[in-house]
Design a protein around this ligand. Structure first.
Ligand code: GAR
Length: 197
């Protein structure tokens, strides 16, 4: 939607990470396109994640909200929700955020939080989707982008992509190939959800 100056009004997106942030990097790269309907306005992590560097390099505000800095889980849940709410996002994206989000975030942004997961849900939910799929011996796995609800990877599935498992795969090699399809899938979902708002 053009604003009075003819520029595109981009919807604010806050990204939550815990790791290397390759999905965040893909979101940031896509956001450079002139017609991109979203802007990443903040990146929040639950630890000093290496992926925060992608945001810092792009001049995007970052914040670390550590569980250990709070008296209990409920206090951390509230602090995380407050940190996100400060940026008034239209959409919250969990891009390798390795903690379950609590009631305060769900109540504030219900239906507007998406998560990317490295397996074909509802198979292999949780923190070790790649390892669990490999251990099970599946021949096809992949990734899922879902709407976040109060369960563990139980929300509505928004998009999925399949990846073939190779005989010689390790958790690391399989995860790398999953990430290669996961990144464009996540970008596509975030573009769709912000364009439709
Ligand atoms: C991604 O593959 C994401 O699906 C996974 O962590 C990775 C983060 O990679 N998330 C989960 O396993 C959540 N259950 P990245 O830090 O390079 O984006």
């Amino acid at each position: 939607m053009p604003d009075y100056a003819g520029a595109v009004t981009r919807l604010p997106v806050v990204v939550l990470i815990s790791g290397t942030g390759s999905n965040l990097a893909a979101l940031l790269t896509a956001a450079r396109a002139e017609d991109c309907p979203y802007a990443v306005t903040a990146v929040i992590a639950d630890r000093e994640a290496t992926g925060l560097e992608h945001a810092r390099a792009a001049g995007i505000p970052t914040q670390v909200v550590r569980l250990a800095d709070h008296p209990d889980r409920a206090a951390w849940d509230t602090a995380l929700a407050d940190a996100v709410a400060t940026h008034r996002p239209q959409l919250v994206v969990l891009a390798g955020f390795m903690k379950l989000v609590g009631t305060p975030l769900l109540e504030a942004f219900g239906g507007r939080i998406v998560n990317t997961h490295p397996a074909l849900l509802p198979s292999f939910p949780g923190a070790h989707g790649v390892r669990d799929a490999l251990d099970h011996g599946v021949k096809i796995t992949g990734c899922s982008v879902i709407e976040v609800d109060a369960g563990v990877d139980t929300g509505r599935i928004l998009a999925q992509a399949a990846v073939e498992v190779c005989e010689e795969d390790t958790e690391a090699t399989l995860h790398e190939r999953i990430k290669a399809v996961e990144q464009p899938l996540l970008v596509d979902v975030v573009r769709r959800l912000t364009a439709a708002s």
